[in-house]
Design a protein around this ligand. Structure first.
Ligand code: ZN
Length: 242
């Protein structure tokens, strides 16, 4: 009996202690190095704060603008992340072909959750996606990324009606109404369209906080940050709001 207990103890030690030690070793290595080259473990995700993740994306966009992007070695990233995902941030951005989140923030496989919808609005399904990303999968930053010359924002300014697009543009209409402009309030007025785009990002950030109790509480606890930003399609530069 004593021998059997000892044997079980040895088995448990063999089975559980070695992976635990490996995880501790990984966490220590990650803490020493800061961000992981590949976002392939919970230790990588746990080692950084929401503010550090924000700085990471700011620096990524600076690399993108300057042309000094890192070599992401996608094949290696695919292999390293195949067993699970531990992304740092979620980005809600427009479907616009000029604004791919991973590219403009110089990120690779396994780094970002990416929700793309015309006009970077939120509905219940996108809120559910963001809740999964942060409350289940541990993502520490939500970025709502609008952009200049946005077709959806222009459509909302012109009150376009077209199939299912009509109900989507209705979500941008409050931003159109909120901007004071006594002159041309159509898509032909570039300055007006850009003001509406910014207001629409601010409205989306507000809706996330108002409509998702889980994300609001996570932000209030300091485990999550929610930021608005605007991408300039002429320069590639991201400007951060609030
Ligand atoms: Zn757009």
């Amino acid at each position: 009996m004593v021998r059997a207990t000892w044997a079980i103890g040895l088995l448990a030690t063999t089975l559980f202690s070695v992976p635990a030690m490996a995880a501790e070793g990984k966490a220590a290595a990650v803490k020493a190095a800061g961000f992981c080259a590949i976002q392939d473990s919970k230790a990588c995700q746990d080692a950084v704060t929401p503010a550090q993740v924000l700085s990471h994306l700011i620096e990524g966009n600076q690399r993108f603008v300057s042309g000094a992007r890192v070599n992401h070695r996608f094949k290696k990233q695919i292999k390293a992340t195949a067993h699970g995902q531990f992304p740092l941030a979620s980005v809600v951005s427009c479907i616009d072909s000029r604004v791919p989140a991973e590219i403009v923030f110089d990120q690779g496989i396994g780094d970002l959750f990416s929700a793309r919808v015309a006009g970077n609005i939120v509905n219940d399904d996108i809120l559910g996606s963001l809740e999964y990303a942060s409350q289940v999968a541990g993502s520490k930053l939500i970025v709502v990324l609008g952009h200049s010359s946005c077709g959806a924002v222009k459509g909302a300014c012109d009150a376009v009606k077209l199939g299912h697009l009509t109900q989507l543009l209705d979500k941008i209409t409050p931003a159109v109404s909120a901007i004071e402009e006594t002159g041309d309030r159509s898509s032909k007025n570039y300055a007006f369209v850009e003001k509406v785009a910014q207001r629409n990002v601010e409205d989306t950030v507000k809706r996330i906080r108002e409509q998702s109790a889980g994300l609001r509480e996570l932000e209030q606890s300091g485990a999550l940050m929610i930021k608005g930003a605007l991408y300039d399609v002429e320069t590639g530069k991201v400007t951060w709001l609030n």
